[in-house]
Design a protein around this ligand. Sequence first.
Ligand SMILES: [Ca+2]
Length: 477
Amino acid sequence: MKILTHLLLVLVFLFSTQAEESATKNRPLKTSTPPRPNIVLIFIDDMGYGDIGPFGNSVNQTPHLDRMAAEGNTLRQFYVANTACTPSRAALLTGTYAHRIGMDGTVTFPGEDRGLNPDEITIAEMLKEAGYTTGIFGKWHLGDQKAFLPLAQGFDHYFGIPYSNDMWPGNARGNPVTDRGPYEPLPIMLQNEAVAYVADAADQSLLAEVITDAAVEFIREHKDQPFFCYVPHSHVHKPRHARPDFMERAEGDVDRATVEEVDDSVGRILDTIREMKLDENTLVIFTSDNGGAGGMSMGPLRGGKGGPKFEGHMRVPTVTWWPGSIAAGIQTDAIAVTTDILPSFARLTGTKVPDDRTIDGKDALDLLLGTPGAKSPHDVHYYEVEGIRRGDWKLVKVPIKGKGIHSQLFDLSTDLGEKNNVAKDHPDLVRELENLLAQHADSIAAKTRPAAFVDNASPILNEPGDLPTLRNYSGKL
Ligand SMILES: [Ca+2]
């Protein structure tokens, strides 16, 4: 009898262990040791909510993103914290509103004396602390002075451009010089040095490919250690140029061709991760830095790059992928924000969110991983300091020509496209949301940290000199 009882206990133990194992199979985070997965964060420039297959686009062919979504988690209510390149990147990398850290307002320009304060703690610095090797491949745009470049913000490796691809002299093929230009030659940076420059449209067309080459090489070289690979593509920011075969496939539609260049890049990165057998140990996030610029699609949403904070300005196409830890083909509808990424990575890697300063983002890791039933960490969501959403009620401040700024109210549950302003029908709710929004703006203004400034700022390049063009440097075309 005693032996039987013992046997029963052993069996019960075995069964319960098995049950526990199967229940935790997809939840590596419940184990006591942090898994320290690799992290790849792909951040597209100016891509809209409706530009890729998983978000309903049927013109742009995005088979790799389609597969990523079929194997991963599509986040349909994922927001950027700001609507322009520089502030959006500042918020992403610090988990903090750009308004709080002096990086709101305008983007940084070549040779400007302002940059993201080196005292800020970026995702790269946080992950380095946790033993990660860190790399950025693509567009930085948080200050081009040496004190502000990626190596000063926690990145071990940097290849890419220091700011936007339209901050260049333009060229003889009819590409416009921007209204703030003409600028100095646009450098290609390797670590802190210019190693080539973007000479013309053909060089512009290579940017997605050379950035991807560098990211893929980094993944291969660091496959045996935890790595953070940040890929802020300069595509699909204007001026848009794509390689000839992509232009041909897109029947001359350069907007489509640049989106498909991005898809090709995602495919190459995911293929590399599979080939290195890192897929069950790598979290990949794909998203965009602000609403789509002209020629891009916001799908059902109103707005685009810049402007008042309608959904299309700030809700961005977002997919996460991590076979074995993220279930295949799921969709997440709870709200998460780019500022949540830093706190989410902190939990993921067993690191600490900086506690000596205000970090605005909240841990949304369960949403990134598509954990069933996970709730948004945000009871209220703010669109910079010009909009607020509680549940499906959205209030947005809209400047009306000659009439000042007006509050408009929308019910996103029935009016996702924000066409029917119902502010007049809900005056109490409008007042309440306006008050919350004002308190939010005040609370940021009450606790700010400055950007950093340097003396004697100067452009990275005055003349290309002996530097090769990008195509000569890369040996492509
Ligand atoms: Ca942008």
